[in-house]
Design a protein around this ligand. Structure first.
Ligand code: ZN
Length: 304
């Protein structure tokens, strides 16, 4: 038993050291058991059990080391200014979301329209719209860096290559609704809007097996018919954005031109013909800003 205890204490120390080193890193892995990284519980078990726990701890330390090393290599490979900050664990209960003041469209039970998710955590959310540019490098970059993002897709662009977004979905990215044809919604009748939104729900289900809960109207423009139609198509929430990312700059909605906990960042699938850089250039730029301001990128679907 004494030996068992020594082994566990030594392993706990190694674990804490590894986690300490991993602080500048992020992995989704948690220590085995309760998830607490503190010293092992008093050794009361048989040497057999102690060895079992020791093995699990050692395996966790090894996995953490490997994930950290892989991410450090990815940061270097993709030319990020700094290691992205680790996102905190997702909230146990998703926050209640209400429509942003000034963005209301009267109507009980309509999906809320918001630009920031209510949270005190220093997290922001990355959302990429439309679907024009289909750069394979973006898929590799985001997977290797383990940066979460959500896609809001318009079928008239996505249909050029459904396979690209299938790979994105397979990499764990949630695909959401950005209409069939990217029309200015307030100019359309209720029926036309319903067709734009429900039609894309049907299409996303057919192509990717998902009827997403989130919808973003093109240009961020909507009226009460948009929200009524979206609700009828099964949409639960309408996230807009607090900041927009480009390869060479950020544009801000708020007067302080800054990020805030829970802010949603918009960007687009675009290439050199549309703006001053590639998708990886844009990601490098937005991550530089996000990390420098002390924020981590979290998964929107963990909060909404
Ligand atoms: Zn759009």
């Amino acid at each position: 038993m004494r030996r068992g205890r020594r082994v566990r204490v030594a392993l706990a120390a190694a674990l804490i050291a590894a986690l300490g080193a991993a602080c500048a890193d992020s992995t989704d892995e948690r220590p085995p058991g309760s998830g607490a990284a503190g010293p092992a519980t008093p050794a009361g078990g048989q040497p057999q059990q102690a060895r079992g726990a020791a093995g699990a701890l050692a395996a966790y330390v090894e996995r953490t080391r490997r994930a950290q090393a892989a991410r450090a290599r990815a940061v270097k490979k993709w030319g990020l200014a700094k290691m992205p900050l680790p996102a905190p664990p997702p909230p146990a209960v998703k926050p209640a979301i209400t429509t942003r003041k000034g963005f209301e469209t009267a109507g009980e039970g309509l999906p809320p329209v918001f630009t920031t998710v209510p949270t005190k955590e220093k997290v922001v959310f990355l959302t990429i719209d439309d679907g024009a540019e289909k750069d394979p490098a973006l898929l590799r970059m985001m997977s290797e860096l383990q940066i979460p993002y959500s896609a809001f897709l318009s079928d008239y662009l996505v249909k050029e290559d459904y396979g690209y977004f299938k790979k994105m979905r397979d990499a764990g990215v949630a695909l959401h609704n950005h209409t069939l044809n990217h029309r200015y919604m307030p100019a359309l009748s209720y029926k036309q809007q319903e067709r734009e939104i429900c039609g894309q729900q049907d299409n996303l289900e057919k192509r990717y097996g998902t009827r997403p809960p989130l919808f973003r109207p093109p240009y961020g423009n909507y009226n009460q018919d948009t929200l009524r139609a979206a609700k009828s198509c099964g949409i639960k929430a309408v996230p807009l954005w607090a900041a927009e990312a480009f390869p060479d700059r950020m544009e801000w909605r708020e007067w302080d031109r800054d990020l805030h906990p829970g802010d949603i960042i918009l960007t687009h699938f675009r290439g050199r013909e549309d703006w001053k850089g590639t998708m990886p250039d844009m990601i490098r730029q937005v991550m530089k800003t996000v990390t420098a301001k002390g924020y981590a990128v979290a998964r929107l679907e963990d909060y909404v």
